[in-house]
Each structure stands twice: as structure tokens, then as C-alpha cells.
Design a protein around this ligand. Structure first.
Ligand SMILES: C[S@@+](CC[C@H](N)C(=O)[O-])C[C@H]1O[C@@H](n2cnc3c(N)ncnc32)[C@H](O)[C@@H]1O
Length: 232
């Protein structure tokens, strides 16, 4: 892979970063809005996609597999890929802890911009907080691949330029602070999102920019875009 920052991600996971064990609430909402609505904790769902056959989901850039584990909880046969073998090791351990041993065998390291799946293998794909953790060039190549292997929906989230009130440009920067040191953080505005998804056919069925503001200008703020594409 072209300058993929694998070593930096391996080091980051060795330091215990991104050991995030609970799903992002927007991923939970995506599944409930577009895939199947969870009705109770006894296994009750109102299906939106056709669950009379196996529904398959990809957790791209899965880290420790929080979204893959959530998909299993929703009755989706999930798979996960990440550039970091340290992340995949933790992901497998997490899947096994939930008793999802077969998920554990479906989590793997990738080291190129090609995904090891045939066309339309997945019904849905999730790329939570990862397309912005690489160069725009790699993200473009990889979302094309994600669209190739996905039949219906792609969910992704990317950081906005306006994070931390810095009004950064929509560009790729090397992280110089401790968390994720040496990796790329790639900032997005709407124009850059449109460019990211411009090389394949899709309809944007959901896009939101949520910004959490603090009481003062110095408070850390979080600002992200959440996008769902219909690629069918
Ligand atoms: C901020 S973490 C998010 C992890 C996970 N999606 C989550 O929500 O917890 C970004 C992830 O992207 C992965 N990543 C970075 N570049 C990648 C690439 N070129 N291919 C696959 N995964 C990559 C990193 O290893 C890391 O796990």
C-alpha cells in the first residue's frame, strides 16, 4: 500500500489507543433506521432489509471491532478488516468474549487498497471514524472498493474542518500530538465528501454534521459528518 502508516497504527494500538468498546450512537441509529429496528432485548426486530436470507456487513477499519460486534447483535453476519494486526488481535479477543467465535475468524488484517471480497458480497458496510484516518488518496481508493463489495448501504463518518474551532482546511495533516501520533488526520468539508464519493454511483440518503460545542472557545469540540449512501 502507498504510504499507509501501518507502523504508526501498530504503535498506536500498542499504546492502548482507540480501545473503544461501545458502538458509536450514529452507527446504532444507522442500523435502526436503515437495516432493522431493534424492538426489545429478547431478539425482537422490525426488519427493513430482507432478513429471510443472511444479511452480511463489513466493518471497514474495524479497530477493536465495536461496530462488527454490534452488527452481530443485530443478527448481521459481520466481517472486519483493519491495517493494524494489533487492532485485529484485540478485535478477535473482543469477539470471542461475546461468544462470537465465528466473527473472530472473519476479522483480518489488510495491507493494500484492495478488499479480499467478491463484488456485492456485503449488504451493508460501516466505516466509522477511519476514512479520515488516512490520506484522501487512500480513502478515495478504499471507498471505491467498499462500494464494489457492497450491495445496499455504506455508512461512514469523517471529521469536519471545524473541529476545535480551528477552521482547518479540508486537507491531510500528520498528527503531532500523543494520541495517534504520526498517523494522518484528514479533514473534510461537504465539497471534499462529494469528491470522495464521486467515482461510483450512489445516492446520499442521510448526511448530518453534528458539532458538540463547549461553554468556552477553549473547550474541546467534536465536529463530524455522518453519511449514509445507497449504492444499489
Ligand atoms: C480512529 S480508528 C477507528 C477504529 C474503529 N473504526 C472504531 O470506530 O473504533 C481508525 C482506524 O483506521 C485504521 N486504518 C487506518 N488506515 C487504514 C487503511 N489504509 N486500511 C485499513 N484500515 C486503516 C486504523 O488502524 C484504525 O483502526
Amino acid at each position: 500500500m502507498n504510504n499507509s502508516y501501518k507502523k504508526e497504527w501498530e504503535d498506536s494500538y500498542k499504546r492502548g489507543e482507540n480501545n473503544i468498546l461501545y458502538p458509536h450512537d450514529e452507527v446504532v441509529k444507522f442500523l435502526n433506521r436503515f437495516v432493522r429496528k431493534k424492538l426489545n432485548f429478547k431478539g425482537g426486530f422490525k426488519d427493513i432489509l430482507d432478513f429471510t436470507k443472511t444479511v452480511k456487513g463489513l466493518d471497514f477499519g474495524c479497530g477493536v471491532a465495536r461496530s462488527a460486534i454490534l452488527m452481530e447483535e443485530f443478527g448481521i453476519e459481520s466481517y472486519g478488516v483493519d491495517i493494524s494486526s494489533n487492532a485485529i488481535e484485540k478485535a478477535k479477543d473482543n469477539a470471542s468474549s461475546f461468544g462470537y467465535d465465528s466473527l473472530s475468524s472473519r476479522l483480518q488484517t489488510i495491507d493494500s487498497n484492495e478488499l479480499p471480497y467478491e463484488d456485492n458480497f456485503f449488504d451493508i458496510s460501516i466505516a466509522e471514524s477511519c476514512l479520515d484516518s488516512m490520506s484522501f488518496g487512500n480513502a478515495s481508493a478504499l471507498i471505491n472498493e467498499i462500494s464494489r463489495v457492497t450491495k445496499k448501504y455504506i455508512y461512514f463518518s469523517v471529521i469536519s474542518c471545524e473541529v476545535n474551532f480551528k477552521n482547518k482546511l479540508a486537507e491531510d495533516l500528520i498528527v503531532e500530538t500523543n494520541h495517534e501520533f504520526g498517523t494522518i488526520q484528514s479533514y473534510y468539508d461537504e465539497e471534499r465528501i462529494i469528491e470522495l464519493v464521486s467515482h461510483f454511483n450512489s445516492e446520499t440518503v442521510f448526511i448530518r454534521n453534528y458539532t458538540a460545542t463547549g461553554a468556552t472557545k477553549d473547550d474541546l469540540i467534536d465536529s463530524r459528518f455522518f453519511v449514509v449512501l445507497d449504492v444499489s
